[in-house]
Design a protein around this ligand. Sequence first.
Ligand code: 5GP
Length: 236
Amino acid sequence: MAKDTKIYISYNQVHQLVKDSVERYRINDDFKPDLMIAIGGGGFIPARILRTFLKRAINKNIPIQAIGLSLYEDLVSYPNPLNDNTSSDSTDDSTATIGTQVIKTQWLHFGPSHATTSPLLGKNILIVDEVDDTRTTLAYAVQELTKDVEEEKRKFLQENPGYTDIDVPETKFAVFVLHNKKKEKRMELPDPSIIKEGRYFAARETPDRWLVYPWEASDIEEHTRKSLIQQQEELQ
Ligand code: 5GP
């Protein structure tokens, strides 16, 4: 039988990874998030566990907003520039290429308790996902959230005549993932300060193998057993 190349992650590992990285990256002392934005569905459980280890400001839990993004890898046909367009057979005329498209399936929604027009301005926002594979999803999330911040800035300046750019409260993004796959990334984060200023928190760096998370398991006992065997093998 072929060797199972997947890596099985247990709930206990997830919990411990989150706890250890909050300490290792000094997230409570340095970044101090005001808000988490969890990318669904993989970011939901890590965000909830993070909340257990993040210090509360004025006795209030750190709010978690949920966003949904879907990554589609389509086979797209592009015209083949080497063809002279005289052919009547359209199949001769194109070449198949992998295209990547991300779509929003769910976006931010602030309830009545956030009755402000700028819920993102002046906030330290921690974007949470389970895994950074090609970085496409995270890059798209940062890009779209930055657009939302820009829109809030625009409204803020409109509502506060006489204020200039430097008066607008600064919003900072950070990224938390359980696993970062060590590989060449397809995309870079559109806000380079996240990596440059040490606001990219990966609990673990992993080889480019498929990770199976406990919330995906149909048989959690079997999943946990496989995870424990792999952890023991790693210690040998
Ligand atoms: P990206 O390539 O954009 O970094 O990752 C896209 C999404 O693919 C991730 O948010 C995650 O849901 C899924 N994904 C990528 N690699 C893995 C993996 O090893 N295991 C699981 N369970 N999901 C993955």
